[in-house]
Design a protein. Structure first.
Length: 678
């Protein structure tokens, strides 16, 4: 696993020592002010006052907490901290200014960072400054060019002796810049050449990975660069090289790179090669390589090949039909279910003949895939039957398909689904009922909204938003009294949505005045210290074991939630319901879907940590919407940096994570705390 910014920061500061007893109360006040996300600056007074403390730990926590507010009006308060005598504090200030400028084009932030880059001598801090500059919002094309030139110049300063931390930050800055701009304005030849220079094996793996990721984002690599990268000893560099062959439309010599990728010993590299072939080469070269990939020893590659055969016409039908007839066991349903959906694309009649075996399967995952196949083959009777299934995820898949295939002709099924306690199912049903003219829909939507609101769970936000939208599409001014109660909702976004709808109907401005739920408890410094010494062990029903090291100092409230959920036995029998090879595995939902989790929401705790392979993040559906679901990065996902909180790292069992399939069942999760050695 590569070094990360979080570890680099610890190397500068050392592991935080417990403060004197009299200071622990103040530390909790800082964390509480950060977590509150107050609307008024007065609510941030503990953080603002701490900027003037003689205690470097307090200053660093205060700077980080202010940055997490993502408020441009705090930049002036953060600016003087860029001149701190402590490098780690200057690094935090640079990152905090970047977070503060995230939502607006703020020239002041750019000027501050550029001025500091000209003065900074510490290579780690300079790397953070360059990384931050690369992700700032751009107001003009000139700013993009200026940023690129500065990254080139700074990364070449002292070439041959440049500090790895500086190069890491510069490469990260290139990646962020090109991800946002390369499609509309190609990077310069000089920038591409500099990134190619950073691919030299004399540089650390993390620098090479970031440079390769930036080259992928640039959309300007050539096959020679990629063939050289495929000789890199690091699997992530090689995988990213193949990713370029997937993403880049024009790439002379693509065939040579892809064929080299097929022979790579790492399945993650072969996975991207298969995707590239299907997207760019299969239309003219046929599907024989996809059929051959069905025999790959890696099951993820086999499943990908099955899915890709959906675009290969009837030549793939015989092999898919054989695979779709496979046994549907609790652990062996994946290949038959994927084959059924692909078969529905190439031979719908043949797929329909197999549907009955799937709709009667004991494994609900197989029935859910049957709904997907039935949508492809337009088998409305099967979709209608599955829309009444005993498992909410099967019903949801069928209703989602019926809405697209039958529209409001299936309103009675959507209405029946509103009675479900499952938030995802209700959300899908509400969206299907939007603009319906069927009798009884409006009262049912209002009643469902009221029922779910009484539960006072922030995780219901997306479901209630869908209900409000459907009510708005059907109702009239007569519903204004019913919606006024939501102006004081516990969720500010729901209150605002209700206010906008009441205003439209009544013609009079309505004001949202939400009454938030109490925030969760703030952990003590002693608890953070104990969790820093602890490990979390995830045991799968299959026997696999994954060990996590927590990051309580980086994400105190989110780690506190994970510890609480673990101690309360939240996880046994839950699943990793989302498995995306070469991206993430995600789990911890009692509904095995995106919309069921723990409550209330936790705030994002974003910092300098990198979403490296093996890091564990908090799944969200927008800012500050953590609900206890977690994900594990299967690869370096740099595009998630500064958007998703990192709470832990895998220190044992990454091979188990790599082998997870959709629906992997968690047997138990234990926390093992070690006594303080001191």
């Amino acid at each position: 696993m590569p070094a990360t910014w979080g570890l680099a920061l610890v190397s500068l500061l050392g592991t935080p020592a417990p403060p004197p007893a009299q200071d622990t109360t103040r530390l909790r006040q800082l964390l509480a002010a950060e977590d509150a996300r107050p609307g008024e600056l007065s609510g941030l007074r503990p953080l603002l006052d701490a900027l003037h403390s003689p205690d470097t730990l307090l200053i660093r926590l205060a700077v980080r907490g202010l940055g997490r507010q993502e408020r441009a009006d705090l930049i002036d308060s953060l600016a003087p901290i860029l001149a701190s005598g402590t490098p780690a504090i200057r690094a935090e200030a640079a990152n905090a200014i970047g977070q503060s400028a995230l939502r607006s084009r703020t020239p002041a932030a750019r000027r501050l960072l550029e001025d500091r880059i000209a003065l900074e001598s510490n290579p780690y801090v300079l790397g953070v400054l360059l990384r931050t500059l690369g992700r700032l919002p751009l107001a003009t094309p000139d700013e993009r060019q200026q940023t690129e030139m500065l990254l080139i110049r700074a990364s070449r300063a002292g070439t041959g002796t440049a500090n790895p931390a500086l190069l890491e930050g510069a490469a990260h800055g290139f990646h962020s810049l090109f991800r946002r701009t390369a499609e509309n304005e190609p990077p310069s030849v000089d920038a591409v050449e500099r990134l190619v220079e950073l691919l030299a094996v004399s540089h650390p793996a993390i620098v090479r990975r970031l440079a390769m990721a930036a080259l992928v984002a640039s959309l300007r690599v050539d096959s020679g660069i990629l063939l050289d990268a495929l000789q890199d000893p690091d699997r992530e560099v090689r995988r990213l090289a193949l990713l370029a062959t997937v993403n880049q439309a024009a790439l002379p010599g693509r065939e040579r790179v892809v064929r080299r990728g097929w022979r790579d010993p790492d399945p993650g590299v072969r996975y991207e090669a298969l995707r590239a072939f299907a997207r760019h080469l299969s239309p003219r070269e046929g599907c024989a390589p996809l059929l051959a990939a069905l025999d790959d020893q890696d099951l993820h590659l086999t499943l990908l090949a099955i899915d890709l055969l959906a675009g290969c016409g009837t030549t793939a039908a015989p092999r898919l039909a054989i695979m779709a007839r496979g046994k549907l066991s609790e652990t062996g349903w994946h290949a038959p279910a994927h084959a059924l959906v692909s078969l529905a694309n190439v031979a719908p009649v043949a797929a329909d003949s197999l549907l009955s075996g799937f709709t009667a399967a004991a494994v609900w995952w197989a029935r859910m895939y049957a709904a997907r196949a039935a949508e492809v083959s337009r088998n409305l009777p099967v979709l209608t039957r599955l829309a009444r299934d005993r498992h909410p995820n099967v019903r949801e898949a069928a209703i989602d398909a019926l809405q697209r295939r039958q529209g409001h002709g299936a309103d009675s099924l959507y209405l029946a689904a509103l009675d479900s306690p499952d938030y995802q199912l209700v959300r899908t049903a509400a969206r299907a009922l939007d603009s319906s003219s069927s009798r009884g829909v409006l009262p049912a939507l209002l009643a469902t909204l009221e029922r779910i609101t009484r539960e006072k769970r922030e995780a219901s936000r997306d479901t209630r938003a869908a209900l409000l939208a459907a009510i708005g599409s059907i109702g009239s001014a007569r519903e204004v009294p019913a919606l006024r109660r939501y102006l004081n909702d516990f969720d500010a976004e729901i209150a605002q949505q209700a206010a906008e709808q009441v205003t439209r109907w009544s013609g009079t401005s309505a004001r949202a005045e939400p009454r938030p739920l109490p925030r969760g408890p703030i952990p003590s410094w002693g608890e953070l210290a104990a969790w820093e010494r602890a490990t979390v062990v995830v045991v799968l029903q299959s026997g696999g074991r994954v060990v996590l090291r927590l990051r309580p100092y980086d994400a105190p409230t989110n780690v506190a939630r994970l510890v609480r959920m673990t101690r309360s036995r939240w996880f046994p029998r839950l699943t990793f319901h989302r498995v995306v090879p070469n991206f993430v595995v995600q789990g911890g939902s009692p509904g095995a879907n995106e919309y069921a989790g723990d409550g209330p929401f936790t705030r994002d705790e974003l910092g300098l940590e990198v979403h490296a392979r093996g890091s564990v993040g908090v799944s969200t559906r927008g800012r500050d919407t953590g609900d206890g679901q977690i994900f594990i990065n299967l690869v370096d996902n740099f595009r998630l940096d500064h958007d998703y909180t990192i709470i832990a790292d895998v220190i044992e069992g990454m091979d188990v994570v790599d082998g997870m399939l959709e629906g992997a069942v968690i047997e138990r999760v234990d926390i093992r705390e070690r006594p303080d050695a001191g």
